[in-house]
Design a binder for this molecule. Structure first.
Ligand code: ADP
Ligand code: GLC
Length: 493
């Protein structure tokens, strides 16, 4: 099949979270299954600077919000060989830094116009209106940044024989791409679509809703999350539409895979001491632990390397249960010998909280505020257990990376975390199923209880090694999930 894959991030060119890894992993897997995938991405300045050969294949004028913009479609090839198109819109994407936010951590003032116009252009490419030498059979769109692609496809196809075929994947329903009516009008969407059955969302305009109401099929990134988003507790106001999709058989939950070329402890170029489930696992993990401590602890020699090291990597936001973690660390440090290694960035209040904790316990809590791909891999390899007490988690990749690295995850039973981690009881350990520690509720008390269980089990080397072995024996490669996406493409596109 020929599929146009629209995304606002792709590893390694531009990444703020899991979407980038998923875009790369899924497209590579589809390509390996002999399907033709072309990724379409905004021509961010930082991406353009990383690409060697880029050339124009089409250009077009688009009038949006009263401004006539010249848009260029560029072709490039990325290292893995997946074809790539870039949408270059001077003034909108040629700025340095994060794709969504300025240096102060505020959303770019014109995100609506940026991703609205990007989606409009992607829809034209998906319908082959620009006469490129490659015509897709349909589009696969991801999150609110490309939510309007299915909507524009429907709009542009309405006065032609073209078939608007698209699949829309929800990676995180809590980001709904909400903007005022003026943007809806400025993007040239028909006024008859300004109603609750179409793009109006409680008096505002939601770009994500464009994907939900106009795509042929909706997927999300785990079976449990697919059920959760149909409830008022997990639906962020979209539960009504999603229930309808579920009833019509238009909603599927497909668990993400992991890219085993990039996240593989036996071949990871970021880690100092590679290891595998078969060979030297225990000794090498100890060395990686010392290595990560050297990276982060000013006086690493005085850190007790025999004590369990609990790791965390991720966005510091309410979704991830960052506040629960902050609260659980103090009693754990006071009452047990557990140490903590934390990498992340996000809301100022949490960044400040961790910085303070590191000052208070300089030999027990090690913190790096910021984004560092290499350190993320080193923490997965060097920590003994991994913390993910998310309030909700559509899929989550870090718990799967942790399993692959023999770093049992401590997770809350929600979304993809529930679908990928099995609590370690004596029985589940023995049967080979137990892989981590599962909190039934997202509370500090539950997190502490799981941390204490982990510390206790860590003191029983044979049981801990069994847990690590179970974790590392799981298969989270992309093959199965890519096949599930293909089935949906084949029936819908
Ligand atoms: P989400 O997409 O909600 O942030 P996921 O678990 O799906 O959560 O994916 C997060 C990805 O981003 C992982 O690959 C993780 O290692 C990476 N990541 C998050 N924060 C950081 C950070 N501060 N430094 C390096 N990598 C990070
Ligand atoms: C989102 C979700 C995360 C998921 C990722 C990739 O960022 O928060 O749970 O793993 O997308 O699908």
């Amino acid at each position: 099949m020929r599929v146009l894959f629209a995304t606002s991030e792709i590893y390694p060119l531009v990444k703020t979270g899991g979407l980038a890894d998923v875009a790369a992993g899924l497209c590579n897997a589809l390509q390996q299954l002999n399907h033709e995938v072309t990724v379409i991405l905004p021509a961010y300045l930082d991406v353009m600077e990383q690409l060697d050969s880029v050339y124009e294949v089409a250009h077009i004028g688009e009038n949006v919000c009263g401004i006539e913009r010249r848009v260029r479609i560029l072709r490039a090839e990325n290292d893995s060989g997946v074809n790539m198109l870039l949408v270059d819109i001077p003034g909108l994407f040629d700025r340095a830094g994060n794709p969504y936010q300025n240096e102060q951590g505020n959303d770019w003032w014109d995100n609506g116009e940026r991703f609205g116009l990007f989606s409009r252009v992607v829809a034209r490419v998906a319908l082959n209106q620009l006469d490129l030498d490659w015509a897709p059979e349909g589009g696969h769109c991801n999150d609110w940044q490309t939510g309007l692609v299915p909507a524009f496809m429907r709009l542009f196809a309405s006065d032609s024989n073209l078939k608007p075929r698209s699949v829309f994947t929800i990676h995180n329903l809590s980001y709904s791409g909400k903007f005022p009516y003026s943007l809806f009008a400025g993007l040239g969407l028909p006024d008859t679509w300004w109603n609750p059955d179409m793009l109006e969302f409680y008096g505002e305009f939601s770009m994500l809703k464009g994907g939900l109401v106009c795509a042929e099929h909706i997927t999300t990134v785990s079976p449990t999350y697919a059920a959760e988003i149909c409830t008022p507790a997990g639906g962020f106001g979209f539960e009504g539409i999603l229930q309808q999709c579920a009833v019509q058989g238009k909603l599927s939950g497909i668990i993400n895979g992991i890219d085993t070329e990039v996240w593989n402890p036996a071949r990871d170029s970021y880690i100092a001491y590679p290891y595998s489930v078969e060979k030297g696992r225990v000794a090498q993990k100890k060395r990686n632990k010392q290595h990560v401590l050297q990276e982060l602890a000013p006086q690493s020699a005085s850190v007790d390397a025999t004590a369990p090291l609990m790791g965390s990597v991720g966005r510091m936001v309410e979704q991830k249960g960052t506040d629960l973690l902050l609260k659980a660390i103090v009693p754990m440090v006071e009452e047990t010998d557990a140490n903590f290694v934390i990498l992340g960035s996000g809301e100022h209040i949490y960044e400040h909280g961790f910085t303070q904790l590191a000052r208070r316990y300089p030999e027990r809590v090690f913190v790096r505020i910021g984004y560092a791909e290499d350190l993320a891999h080193q923490i997965e390899a060097g920590a003994d257990a991994f913390l993910m007490p998310s309030r909700f988690e559509p899929c989550g990749l870090n718990q799967m990376y942790s399993l692959a690295y023999g770093t049992p995850p401590i997770v809350h039973a929600t979304g993809g975390l529930k679908d990928t981690v099995v609590d370690a009881s004596p029985e589940s350990l023995a049967t080979g199923d137990g892989t981590g520690f599962v909190m039934q509720e997202a509370t500090t008390a539950e997190l502490r209880r799981c941390l204490e269980r982990a510390v206790e089990l860590y003191r029983r080397p044979r049981a801990w090694q069994k847990l690590q072995k179970n974790a590392m024996s799981q298969d989270f490669g992309w093959q199965r999930s890519a096949a599930a996406y293909l089935e949906i493409y084949q029936s819908q596109i």
